[in-house]
Ligand binder design. Structure first.
Ligand SMILES: Cc1ncc(COP(=O)(O)O)c(C=O)c1O
Length: 323
């Protein structure tokens, strides 16, 4: 019998060939299908690793409460695992978190607290501390990048037979890019790592040493993005800048247009950060010869954003491309 358990469905996602999105004669382009995890995003990987480690170290016992500040996906993953392993779960999300993700979390029996977008991380931390609950603290938890170092990085290396030349992905906690980047660089120092960012994020300025405050006062930098799970106003403790070779900014317009192109040409609904990743990865691939292999991440499913990125009313209200 080849049957398995729900947690066995986490990771080992397929690598999808998207080379036909790239200019003919350029690099090959592949994407890891993280939307195929049971919680429909890459975050299942860190949730099970953090939970397993906490249980092994006696930090959690059945019936305890887990608190997690999350743009939504890590919340979905912990809500799922809370059901499976018998924990209470409270997720603190920013107002921008889609209704789909909030309903996903609540349907799994977890509590959702909605906080201001600039305060939800500290709000989660305070809530956990005041109540003596287990705080996931995914933005500063070294087990987050560790997860990708141990799972996604090796999978990408194996899936490409060690031939990957470029890795492109966005960041929010920056666990994924830092863990995958570290693993890949250890295999081959020539592999180039690109962080793709929405325009409102500040890591570009941080990386290239520009003065964020002066920038903001001089030009009207867009301070919010419709792309969830992507970008930060300042680095997190999980961010390892030493593995990053380049930072690229992508507009919401280009990210969403790419999501729509994927729907039309592949019949696949992906989330906004996947569109952002693909736009930047295609730019990188278009600039390279065909001996190169570019890999990116399809971070989550588009069904988490049906009311936003695939809703004509939302698109029109936010000056985004129509479907
Ligand atoms: C949809 C989505 N894409 C990308 C990311 C970025 O992953 P990381 O937090 O590892 O930087 C996140 C994280 O919240 C996410 O939810």
């Amino acid at each position: 019998m080849a049957a398995c358990e729900i947690v066995d469905l986490i990771g080992s996602t397929p690598l999808l060939d998207l080379t036909d999105l790239v200019e003919p004669g350029s690099a090959r382009l592949y994407a890891k299908c993280e939307f195929m995890n049971p919680g429909l995003s890459l975050k299942d990987r860190i949730a099970i690793h953090i939970l397993d480690t906490a249980e092994a170290q006696g930090q959690l016992t059945k019936g305890d409460t887990i608190v997690c500040a999350s743009s939504g996906n890590t919340g979905c993953s912990f809500a799922m695992l809370g059901r499976i392993r018998g924990y209470r779960v409270t997720i603190v999300v920013p107002e921008s978190c889609s209704q789909e993700k909030q309903i996903h979390i609540k349907s799994l029996g977890a509590k959702v607290i909605v906080a201001d977008k600039d305060e939800y991380m500290s709000c989660g931390r305070d809530y956990a501390r005041e109540n003596n609950f287990f705080d996931v603290d995914q933005y500063n938890n070294s087990r987050n990048p560790d997860t990708y170092y141990k799972t996604l990085g090796p999978e990408i290396w194996r899936d490409t037979d060690g031939q990957i030349t470029h890795f492109v992905t966005t960041g929010s906690t920056f666990g994924c890019i830092s863990g995958v980047g570290r693993f890949l660089k250890e295999q081959n120092t020539k592999i180039r790592i690109t962080l793709a960012e929405p325009e409102c994020s500040n890591i570009y300025e941080h990386y290239y040493g520009k003065d964020v405050e002066k920038q903001d006062s001089k030009q009207s930098v867009k301070r919010t993005s419709s792309i969830e799970g992507s970008g930060k106003s300042s680095p997190t403790q999980c961010l390892d800048l030493s593995v990053i070779d380049e930072v690229r900014k992508v507009s919401d317009w280009d990210a969403v247009a790419m999501c729509h192109l994927v729907v039309k040409t592949k019949g696949l609904l992906v989330g906004g950060s996947s569109g952002l990743n693909l736009f930047a990865a295609k730019q990188v691939a278009d600039s390279l010869g065909k001996e190169n292999i570019v890999v990116t991440i399809l971070c989550d499913s588009g069904v988490k954003y049906l009311s936003k990125l695939y809703n004509p009313i939302f698109l029109a209200e936010h000056d985004l491309p129509s479907l």
